[in-house]
Design a protein around this ligand. Sequence first.
Ligand SMILES: NC(=O)c1ccc[n+]([C@@H]2O[C@H](COP(=O)([O-])OP(=O)(O)OC[C@H]3O[C@@H](n4cnc5c(N)ncnc54)[C@H](OP(=O)(O)O)[C@@H]3O)[C@@H](O)[C@H]2O)c1
Length: 271
Amino acid sequence: MLEGKKIAVLGVGMVGKALVSGLVRSHKVAPEMIVGSTAHEESARAAREKLGIEVILDNRELVQGKNIVILAVKPKTVPKVLVEIKGALSTDQLLISVAAAVRTKSIEEALGKPVPVVRAMPNMPCLVGQGMTVLCPGRFADRGHLALAREVFSAVGRVAVVDDEDLMDPVTALSGAGPAYAYIIVEALAEGGVKMGLPRELATELAAQTLLGSAAMVLETGEHPALLKDMVTTPAGVTVDGIMALEEGGIRVDLIKAVMAATERARILNR
Ligand SMILES: NC(=O)c1ccc[n+]([C@@H]2O[C@H](COP(=O)([O-])OP(=O)(O)OC[C@H]3O[C@@H](n4cnc5c(N)ncnc54)[C@H](OP(=O)(O)O)[C@@H]3O)[C@@H](O)[C@H]2O)c1
């Protein structure tokens, strides 16, 4: 689907680089078809060397003639670059924004013409091709635009779509911020192993692979996590004692509260 498409990545920082690497690695897009931009020549040079694509400093020139423009600068930089590119963008180009807490409506209004916009919320594991991206179409984006955006982000992991943009706040709080929660869980599990005598490196490997494998079971079997948990929990066995200690500590409520608190913050930033 992306064959022959020219792609501009406005801001080849962490997320922009992960996307370019994924697109090239998966052979969805040839490096010659992608051009990036940065704010500084030094970072442009570094990105050119790392990614093997052309990277320039002129955003207007960047977007001209591209089929897909991926906006991957920090949210505070978005208004400034939209002013720069609005004259060069046409309604037959697709703009995909990964900027957290920036609504499609504000982008559409800033552009002042019916350019199709898709908002995307990827997460950090995109860097290793195991990301989770949620897409939400703007007012002028149709199924074809969404399908193109899906194709882009499937190069770096799984993709889901929501139609109601208000849901992008809990998405940001769950899968966007989620890797941070997961790292805390990995770290704490490993600490438990260390406390009980395991070497730290081994304990961290056991904790991380256990989370990875358990998550894969949920996605691949489609079973309810509670059922999978019951399958591991032998009557009068070892696991149930561990579960009791977790429940006593209130892990469920803590994780629910984490998503609630981060959603509230995302809502405030949106405003
Ligand atoms: N990090 C995450 O886990 C994550 C997850 C989901 C969404 N996001 C969103 O992704 C976006 C990018 O985040 P990031 O972590 O990749 O940021 P980042 O690493 O700081 O990258 C930002 C990039 O934008 C470039 N840039 C800044 N001003 C520019 C301008 N005027 N014109 C062209 N390029 C410009 C920077 O270039 P210089 O280096 O030269 O300054 C840099 O390459 C943000 O909007 C964020 O909300 C991030």
